[in-house]
Design a protein around this ligand. Structure first.
Ligand code: PLP
Length: 281
């Protein structure tokens, strides 16, 4: 049997990072539904948990696998992709500045416009096809988050993560990447210099259209990461135990599903490559 460090991303996903339940030896985690956890006679919690909004055993294996497949220091799961996105931007103070693509997932766009208006946060938008526009948009010392989405939904434009990271860092900002469309099976944004990677796990990660979920993975366990964790706890945008269990099960086949989807997409592209009715494939 291979040691944990040697597991490929495919095996890590299929075996949930080689999970074995310590109590029963089961290879899938139990579904623990409790929201409240008992204290002993000294009023100390008996186990590691206190209240489900603060931390739930159902997240532990899921977040461990998510952090590992993206090569991060930690992961946080949320009730939806938007709950995760909102938690990231909730850490930005009034008077600071955010840069994001002009065209991107409409929910993120609407949320950014809203907080820019209501909280006095500067917002600059750039054309995802022109990295020089991103360079011109950042404000050194003022920009706090550069948010990119790659490939962009719905244009499928690809943004150079390493170039965006260099621009963000030179301005003193962090780079956060919405990698919903490019799962960690093909692209690990942290490896290219991103600080935080986001997935709407509702899509490829879960893959069965039966769970709404969001996942953030951070390269570092720093103050912002702790702040995002605190926002999740206080706003309650948490993933329910049933959804966490289903997501972990869905992720077991992520590598296989992603490979098949990519093969199908290539086949379609090749089929239409020379079709005179189409402008571009
Ligand atoms: C690229 C992208 N980011 C974020 C989201 C939001 O995720 P959710 O629907 O899980 O809240 C979506 C949803 O379609 C998306 O496609």
């Amino acid at each position: 049997m291979s040691s944990d460090q040697e597991l490929s991303i495919e095996s890590r996903l299929a075996q949930a990072s080689h999970y074995i339940d310590e109590v029963t030896g089961g290879v899938t985690p139990p579904i623990q539904l409790s929201t409240t956890y008992a204290r002993d006679d000294d009023y100390e919690y008996i186990g590691a948990h206190s209240y489900a909004r603060s931390g739930h055993p159902a997240w532990l294996v899921l977040e461990k696998v998510c952090a590992e497949i993206d090569g991060g220091a930690g992961a946080l799961c949320f009730a939806s992709g938007m709950a995760a996105i909102c938690a990231v931007f909730e850490t930005v103070d009034s008077g600071r500045h955010i840069v994001a693509p002009r065209i991107m997932y409409h929910g993120t766009h609407d949320w950014l416009r809203r907080i820019a208006q209501k909280r006095g946060i500067g917002l600059s938008l750039f054309d995802a096809t022109d990295i020089e526009q991103l360079r011109a948009a950042v404000r050194p010392g003022e920009t706090e988050i550069v948010w990119i989405e790659t490939p962009v939904n719905p244009t499928w434009d690809v943004i150079d993560i390493a170039a965006a990271a260099e621009i963000a860092h030179a301005a003193g900002a962090i780079l956060a990447v919405d990698a919903t469309v490019s799962s960690p099976v093909t692209t690990r944004a942290l490896d290219f210099g991103a600080d935080i990677v986001f997935h709407s796990a509702t899509k490829y990660m879960n893959g069965h259209s039966d769970v709404l979920a969001g996942v953030l993975v951070s390269g570092r366990d720093d103050d912002r990461w702790q702040d995002i964790r605190e926002v999740r706890k206080l706003t309650g945008g948490i993933l329910g135990p049933m959804e966490a269990w289903l997501l972990l099960r869905g992720m077991r086949t992520l590598a296989l599903r992603y490979r098949k989807s990519s093969q199908n997409a290539l086949q379609l592209a090749q089929h239409f490559e020379n079709d005179a009715r189409l402008e571009r494939v």
